[in-house]
Design a binder for this molecule. Structure first.
Ligand code: PEP
Length: 252
């Protein structure tokens, strides 16, 4: 019942012209194919309008990489969920580890940003995951459970399945080190267990859990075969058409 969902996070890559041409290529490559897989891309803010226009009526989803918690105000350099909705964006990443590690975002920010997504009509993709030292200390489950509780714990049960949860171990992001399928499955089962313990049963059954961290064409199939892995959040490999299409094909 959970459709696989593959999302490419372009980070700070591809300005409007490159983004438009990639989106056009993706649209052509997927036309009439992979109807069983949901696909999305998360370009930088400035490239969103071109990508939204190019992907209109294709079913390929467009996500922002961040939002500000307020709808408007004196927040120089920020973009609100309401503005993203107005621009035709459907999804938004929240709490990506680069936001947490490089821009000081905390669990409290993740909570307010998830709420801002619901207020503005965006679908959140909440990123959670432990650092290498947290894993080495044996704290990975506690860290992920804490991040989930902070960001989602106060939501109404019927809101939660609109959230995609991306488990992204920080030590696997952009490092070429992927969690083994068993390591990833273990944490996905923990996340699903947390959903089961926190909400009525339909929530755990219907909420999609993505894995992220050096997913490539060559390792996507074995990860996506795991019972609790419903998709992938892809960084580096989503910048290259051939690699991204290979990952989408592995999900189908
Ligand atoms: C990411 O940025 O969410 C990510 C998973 O990056 P990469 O695939 O490059 O590790």
């Amino acid at each position: 019942m959970r459709r696989k969902f593959i999302v490419g996070n372009w980070k700070m890559h591809k300005g409007p012209a490159d983004a438009d041409s990639f989106a056009d290529g993706l649209k052509r490559a997927l036309a009439g194919k992979n109807a069983a897989v949901d696909v999305g891309i998360a370009p930088p803010f400035l490239s969103l309008p071109a990508v939204v226009a190019r992907l209109k009526h294709t079913g390929i989803q467009v996500a922002a990489q961040n939002l500000h918690a307020e709808a408007s105000g004196a927040f120089t350099g920020e973009v609100s969920g309401e503005m993203l909705r107005q621009a035709g964006v459907a999804y938004c990443l929240v709490g990506h580890s680069e936001r947490r590690q490089l821009f000081g975002e905390t669990d409290a920010h993740a909570e307010t940003k998830v709420l801002a997504c619901f207020r503005s009509g965006l679908l959140p993709i909440l990123c959670v995951g432990e650092t290498l030292s947290e894993r080495e200390a044996g704290h990975e489950r506690d860290v992920v459970t804490r991040q989930l509780t902070a960001a989602l714990g106060k939501l109404q049960a019927d809101q939660v399945p609109s959230v995609t949860i991306a488990y992204e171990p920080v030590w696997a992001i952009g490092t070429g080190k992927t969690a083994s399928p068993l390591q990833a499955q273990e944490m996905h089962a923990t996340i699903r267990g947390w959903l089961e313990a926190s909400f009525p049963a339909f929530v755990a059954r219907s909420t999609r859990l993505q894995y992220g961290g050096s997913v490539k064409g060559s390792n996507a199939a074995e990860l996506l075969r795991m019972p609790d892995i419903d998709g992938a959040l892809v960084g580096g490999a989503a910048l290259n058409m051939e690699d991204f299409l290979q990952i989408i094909a592995a999900a189908g």
